[in-house]
Design a protein around this ligand. Structure first.
Ligand SMILES: [Zn+2]
Length: 176
């Protein structure tokens, strides 16, 4: 089953979603030539690269993450970036326009960076970023570890809004 899933994953990425995968592959070859380390992640490949003012980016099945990101932040970033890989499967050629371009502007435009900071708006507030978290969580079956992702990962809102409520109910039952 896993083999079939893998074949479908690669076939789909390199047909329907080929544009972003070609760009990703070229970038991957460049960073591999520079000696970047990489690993497989749910059929995708993550390269850990050296780049200033850079967090992570996903291009089809190729994911690039700053090699200085570690621990829980790395764990959550892998899920988030993998979400963009899943979006690539869903949207194919439209992925560039619907996800990559808005994401790139949202991430890098100084006015937007300033606005997020001043108004305390979550990075995941934007549809393509919040949706990516949900896609990543669904596909990897992982759970977020950082407070930022847990509390604001779903379009700026908690991933699991009823979590505390459920705990209360359990607590009450236990008291009885
Ligand atoms: Zn993103």
């Amino acid at each position: 089953m896993n083999v079939i899933r893998a074949i479908l994953f690669y076939f789909w990425q390199f047909t329907y979603a080929i544009i972003q995968n070609i760009i990703g592959l070229c970038m991957f070859i460049v960073y591999k030539a520079k000696g970047s380390k990489s690993e497989m992640y749910h059929h995708a490949v993550i390269a850990y690269i050296e780049r200033k003012n850079f967090g992570g980016v996903s291009l089809g099945m190729f994911i690039f993450i700053n090699k200085n990101v570690t621990g829980d932040r790395l764990h959550d970033m892998q899920i988030h970036e993998y979400g963009h890989t899943v979006q690539s499967l869903i949207l194919g050629p439209a992925w560039m326009l619907i996800i990559a371009v808005p994401s790139f502007i949202w991430c890098g435009l100084p006015a937007l960076v300033k606005w997020r900071k001043e108004k305390n708006v979550s990075y995941y507030w934007l549809y393509c970023e919040g949706w990516s978290n949900l896609c990543g969580l669904y596909a990897t079956k992982e759970k977020f570890l950082t407070e930022d992702c847990k509390m604001r990962g779903r379009y700026g809102k908690p991933i699991n809004p009823n979590h505390n409520k459920r705990k209360d109910i359990k607590g009450r039952k236990r008291k009885k």
